[in-house]
Design a protein around this ligand. Structure first.
Ligand SMILES: Nc1ncnc2c1ncn2[C@@H]1O[C@H](COP(=O)(O)OP(=O)(O)OP(=O)(O)O)[C@@H](O)[C@H]1O
Ligand SMILES: [Mg+2]
Length: 247
């Protein structure tokens, strides 16, 4: 009955054209790497990038999942800023994959139209090439979430997901995977077990510590390799206090 329908059926998505996003500027305010490349937040992402690269001394291609304990901690923004920071290093080709098949947001932050993406590739209805677009940021490409399925976990937990991740590693130096929050949705833990590493995004002063610890334990119990945390939400006051301490 229409009265009870939460939302209408999805419009069929078009395949992605590899070069269609090249002229669309990346400019959302949250993307500090492009909006304020000399600011403190950008420097924090460069520091995180340096840690990720230092953990990978042989320079092999890597898949890294970004997740958090609860929603809204800044995962999607952090995924994009880290991708932009990694792409600053010469020779790095970075792919951002939107594996949040509940509330995808990567394309929105890049101000790009939704296209076929990860879910379509996993369902076998879209070729890998028709799911990836280069962005206007040099060295950064994107694979959107695609057509949202009834059961995301079944798609993401499939053997096909492992195959796709391996194919992507052959094309990109770093594959950064944005996921939903791990405490209420199991998808991040599942993909985390398939990826080379996991970064736990934590919003400063907001996420209870035991939530973070519980999430860390769950991710590792499912075979995930937690590389570390990515702190978000440092305020101007925090920054001022830091400067005050230094001087
Ligand atoms: N560095 C930042 N600067 C300013 N605002 C930010 C920053 N990081 C995140 N935000 C804001 O915090 C909110 C949540 O960010 P984001 O969408 O990245 O979180 P999320 O963890 O991916 O959320 P969800 O769990 O819904 O996927 C957004 O309103 C975003 O604008
Ligand atoms: Mg998100």
């Amino acid at each position: 009955m229409a009265l009870f329908r939460k939302s209408g059926p999805q419009e069929p998505l078009q395949p992605a054209k590899p070069d269609e996003a090249r002229n669309r500027p990346v400019r959302r305010e949250e993307l500090a790497m492009v909006r304020e490349p000399r600011g403190q937040i950008a420097e924090q992402f460069r520091a995180l990038r340096n840690s990720v690269v230092a953990l990978n001394p042989d320079g092999a291609s890597r898949t890294v999942v970004l997740t958090s304990a609860v929603s809204g901690e800044g995962k999607t923004v952090a995924t994009l800023n880290l991708a932009l920071a990694l792409a600053e290093l010469p020779g790095n080709q970075v792919l951002v994959v939107d594996a949040d098949l509940h509330h995808p947001a990567i394309e929105e932050y890049l101000e790009l139209p939704r296209r076929q993406g990860l879910a379509d590739v996993l369902a076998g209805t879209c070729a890998l090439d028709a799911s990836i677009r280069a962005t206007s940021a040099e060295g950064v490409s994107v694979m959107g979430a695609g057509t949202l399925p009834e059961n995301p976990t079944r798609l993401l937990g499939s053997d096909r997901m492992k195959v796709v991740l391996n194919q992507l590693k052959q094309r990109f130096s770093y594959v950064l995977i944005d996921t939903p929050e791990a405490m209420t949705i199991s998808d991040a833990s599942l993909i985390g077990g398939m990826a080379d590493g996991i970064l736990l995004v934590v919003r400063l002063g907001s996420t209870p510590r035991h939530y973070v610890e519980q999430t860390h334990n769950t991710l590792e119990a499912l075979g995930g390799n937690v590389l570390g945390t990515c702190l978000t939400g440092a305020t101007v006051e925090d920054t001022a206090r830091n400067y005050a301490r230094r001087s």
